[in-house]
Design a protein around this ligand. Structure first.
Ligand code: TXA
Ligand code: MG
Length: 354
């Protein structure tokens, strides 16, 4: 299958491009499109057959449910039932935006879309191309991130083409996304709202909007908690680069010294090394490839560049990547959740005397 990549300006959307893409969705086909978080791989959310095509194109396990993307608030009632007032408050505060809510599913949603679960994930994306595609298609669009299962989520149309070329008919290329990590997922079917995946919308922001306590799924906090994450997708070793990835944390000077020593050791063994640094530190390192994720103070830039750099190190075929830690104040929790998973939780903490 030939994959058409159609460039589309989000500030001046070409109606004919959207209408071709919308027709593909209506006919039960797949279209990759930009959202504010990452690129999604969309299909008609209420069609079992269309949903099955998503799993096939991604090589995704069929027990890992999809997020339903909507463009109008009232569509919540099409996909969910027994909707708590919490959902209204969160929609008021954060939609359209990078927040996914887990609610009890309605009978309209086929089991393929929810991976057989009784709940459904819903979000209204904050991207003009995504919203226009949903509207024009007249459908609700189920969309996981548009990567091959196990690879970092795509933040550009090039990334989507790398993974999906030949597997899907169309990619809408709206340029690089704004946020760069996937939406926050909050489960509203529990006694207390529970974050199943951290993202740009933080626990504090949810607390404030709801006026109530919000907890975090214990299954995602520590790798060794022994508890299974409630979002099936969080149990996979996602976002994994092909190289070994090791995070080194501690005081900057010591981190730099330790990473340089470790990289030198690996180079003497004939291995290719990569370092994930910041603007402040990049000139202090020695390795085969050194990349800056952005300024340490600019956490939005760190989030936006993370997946792109993991993909770049894959392309460079490095054997090992050493990364600084990015436990920044606001979205650091979300960034480190992705980075720790990519590293298979390999972290070296440099002690004061070390
Ligand atoms: O930002 C995003 O959320 C992007 C864009 C494209 O919208 N989408 C995305 O989808 O990240 P995906 O499929 O890569 O991740 C969806 C996550 C998975 O971890 C899945 O297990 C979880 O949401 N999920 C979906 N439905 C669920 C449900 N009913 N209960 C618990 N977890 C659910
Ligand atoms: Mg994904």
């Amino acid at each position: 299958m030939e994959t058409k990549r159609i460039v589309i300006d989000p500030t001046d959307i070409d109606a004919s491009a959207i209408s071709v893409a919308a027709a593909i969705i209506r006919e039960g086909g797949l279209v990759a499109f930009p959202t504010e978080t990452v690129y999604g791989l969309g299909a008609d959310a209420l069609s079992s057959q269309a949903a099955r095509k998503i799993y096939a194109a991604k090589g995704r396990p069929s027990d890992n449910p999809l997020i339903v993307h909507i463009s109008r608030r009232e569509d919540l009632f099409t996909v969910a039932r027994d909707i708590p007032v919490w959902a209204e408050r969160l929609a008021d505060a954060f939609w359209p935006g990078p927040l996914t809510m887990i609610l009890w599913k309605s009978d309209r949603v086929p089991p393929e879309t929810t991976g057989g679960m009784e709940t459904v994930a819903v979000r209204m994306p904050d991207h003009p191309v995504a919203l226009r595609l949903i509207e024009e298609s007249g459908r609700l669009i189920a969309a996981p991130s548009a990567n091959t299962s196990g690879r970092p989520s795509p933040t550009t149309a090039e990334h989507v083409m790398c993974d999906m070329e030949g597997r899907i008919p169309m990619v809408l290329d709206g340029g690089a996304v704004g946020i760069g990590i996937e939406s926050t997922i909050v489960d509203l079917t529990e006694q207390v709202p529970m974050i199943l995946r951290p993202g740009y919308i933080t626990r504090e922001m949810l607390r404030e909007a709801l006026g109530t306590e919000v907890c975090v799924d214990p299954g995602i906090i520590a790798a060794d908690s022994g508890q299974k994450p409630k979002a099936p997708g969080m149990k996979y070793r996602h976002y994994a680069p092909r190289a070994e990835l090791v995070i080194v944390e501690g005081d900057t000077d010591r981190v730099v010294a330790r990473i340089n020593r470790l990289a030198a050791e690996r180079q003497t063994r004939g291995e290719k090394t990569g370092i994930l640094a910041t603007d402040e530190t990049r000139s202090l390192y020695r390795a085969d490839y050194i990349r800056s994720i952005g300024a340490r103070s600019d956490e939005d830039a760190i989030a936006r560049h993370l997946y792109q750099l993991l993909r770049e190190f894959d392309d460079l075929a490095v054997d090992v990547i050493y990364s600084e830690s990015f436990a920044t104040p606001r979205i650091g929790h979300a960034i480190m959740n992705r980075l720790l998973k990519a590293a298979g939780h390999q972290v070296i903490t440099v002690e004061k005397d070390g």
